[in-house]
Design a binder for this molecule. Sequence first.
Ligand SMILES: Nc1ncnc2c1ncn2[C@@H]1O[C@H](COP(=O)(O)OP(=O)(O)OP(=O)(O)O)[C@@H](O)[C@H]1O
Length: 880
Amino acid sequence: MPENGLKVCPGTQTLDSCTLGSDEKIRRPSSSFLPARVTLTNSDLARRSLQPKSRDRLNTFNGDGFYKGGSHSFKERRHSVGGGSDDTPGRLRRSRSTLTGWSSGTIIQESPTNRMLSGDSPNPLLPPKDSCLQIRNLRSKSKDGFGEIPVIYIRGGCKGYGRGPNKKNILNNLNMTVNKGEIYGLLGASGCGKTTLLSIIVGRRHLDSGSLRVFGGIPGDTISGIPGPRVGYMPQELALYEEFTVLETALYFGRIYGMSVKQIKLQLEFLMSLLDLPHDKRNLSSFSGGQQRRVSFLISLLADPELLILDEPTVGVDPLLRQNIWNHLLHLASQRRKTILITTHYIDETKQASKVGMLSGGRLLAEDSPGSLLRSYQLDNLEDVFLRLCQRERDSQESLNETKPSLNQTQPSFNQTQPFTPSFASTQKLKNDIFATSKVVSRLAPGLTDPNGLDISDVKSDLEYFDSEMKEKRMKDQSCFPACPSFCNFVALLKKNFLKLRRNPAMLIFIFLLPAIQVVFFCVAIGQEPANLRLGVVNEESFNCSDVSTGCSLSELSCRYLQVLETRVQITRFDNSSLSEDAAENGDIWGVIQFKANFSSAYVARISSPIDVDKQTLTDSSLDIRLDMSNQQVALTLQNMILQSFDNFTKSVLRDCSYPEEAASLPIHWGEPYYGGKNPSFTEFMAPGIIILIIYFLAVALTGEAFISERSSGILDRSWIAGVKPSEIIASHIVCQFLVMLVQTAVTLATIILGFNIPCRGPFGWLAVITVLQGLAGMSFGFLISALCDSQAVAMQLSIGSFYPNLLLSGILWPLEGMPDVLRQISLFLPNTYPCQAMRDIMLRGWDIEREAVYMGVVVSLVWIFIFLSLSWVAVRVRL
Ligand SMILES: Nc1ncnc2c1ncn2[C@@H]1O[C@H](COP(=O)(O)OP(=O)(O)OP(=O)(O)O)[C@@H](O)[C@H]1O
């Protein structure tokens, strides 16, 4: 969008942008700097378009008389002084306005507050003069003290929601001027775009097209002071931490505004008395709705801002207090020259405003002082004026629909979304008149070519002037600006984060103990050898085994073997194989061992002379075993027990008969393992992965909603408008979470290593470092999720969605060597894979940091932290 040019809102017809009605007034927005502005009726314009050129003298007047003048640049206007008022004529200002010469126009005069001399009265509550805040509070007055630039200046502002055919235009070529010291009451039906407009002014949203300047700068540009303490914003929602007291809330926002604790407390005392708020230490959650609204209002006043933007501040406030609030606003505007933009549904209260803007159909139907509006429409109250304007809009819209159906067909979304589309013409003839008028106007003033009724050259020069002023100020203030607020904001955010944790001690203890609790569950429930497994036995040699042989006795050896086996499994004896099979098929036992009637003699023959035995002897000396293999872990454990028991049984027989034990063993010798014990447990294999999993995903869960609740409650917006930056939010969360994570890591490692004797053969320090880094990676991922998601449900789904790939592919549950090659390569890029292997190598192999596998665990964790934080920062910046 060209900043200095004006264009018609996308999806809006050119003619729609004109502010003319059939007998409506034409305002000249470009003459917003003038004390006296002129509005013309449509008939005036039409008449003028037919007048000979020589009669179109350009005159400026203020209600009493005319000032004949031509075109002057904006800089010339800065030298103008005084102005007219509603009731009393003031001194004249020179103007370049090309339309001020039409004598039949209605005069829109400057409000009394607008005529006040420049310069704020000294405020004892303001931060000290040497603070950065003070330097940021740029005076909107020009160097020579005259001709202040407007505080809010919007020309041709367009804003819509949605895309393509679903796009809803909310603001359509809106022009608005709010001058210093004015109370500007913004009126409009619910849903007409008031909040949208306010959020654009404070820099939370951006115009699709058109120009906006606040304090002469573009919101978001640090030198404009927005976001920052120059603006006090009260949103419609509460947008406060309900678990905080009023003082804590004030301290949080006050620090962001750069105020000292003393200043905050001083200001708080005054504002609490003004707003009749209770001086107790209750949390805001126990305040009534009206009291909460007043606290919200208090926060917007806290830094004594130059510009107050109040979105329905008097909702839920009793009439007496409402009048108090208005009295204070009037005092701020008249005595302190504060500028106040206020939306309200109580139309009547805006009669106290210096100017009222009536928003409908995306633009201001009228923008004038209440007195002028009442006089112009000859009505008693503003509500009737508003209704009259809306009714007129509706009528003209209907007549336009009747006469020009094709116009609507081309703009379906426009008409659907804007019931009170402004009436510029009710017939084609009228439209032609207006275009003819525009042509005359452009002949009179060469810069005026925009059929929307805007003097493009005026707007262009205004914007150029603002920009040059801002450039000058930026150069002057550069030295102090960047450093100071960041530290103040960081401290404020950090204190707020810790306070939030402290406010909920039960939750804090739970957060600290949760990893330990999970580790205990893991160590107790997972990795232990299955016990009390039931095995059926059909022993044809001896059913009861009443007489178990000992020493070198070689009879009833089956009973001797079962005696060894019984120490590890539960044995159930069956008379015959059909009964045991039934039990196994019913799931009562995990398997059946069957001995032949001549097992002992056949087995002795087999081990005595293994080469000479016949096939029958081999069969009779074998144990017939069938297992239920449905549970691999149980089946493998049983196989292992049966084999080990048989090995022990054979060795004991050979030993008792004075034969070498090894004679019956497989000719394999298992040496000392390089790493780990001879009988490694599944727990040891799983422990490193479990530590990572617990720490990483607890961090994801704890930070995954960090921004979401703050964003949905409007607190994030409010903090941002107060001057907080995304990097500060992230940094404060990192510090806070880091300390929480240190405690979690200490508790987890102590539980697993000291509590459950899981060995850590390598350097404990590096184990702790990788654990903490994994927690930070999880925290950063949580930030990313919360920056991307609007709702907690979506964030939860994303967290769970990421949990399973990490669990299954990172080698936590199963060795990477068991995966297909491609998947193994992919899994190496996951944030937990290398760190898990590194921890396993430290704990079980005892490796140190010089090993590649270990330092890769550190490096990969750091890389993922960087990636997640960078993406979070981008996401927060884009979405904040
Ligand atoms: N983020 C958004 N996405 C889509 N539409 C939106 C969004 N925010 C607001 N709107 C729509 O824009 C229109 C103007 O909303 P806005 O909140 O500005 O109205 P309002 O005049 O402040 O209303 P009220 O007086 O009830 O607070 C409404 O129709 C609203 O539904």
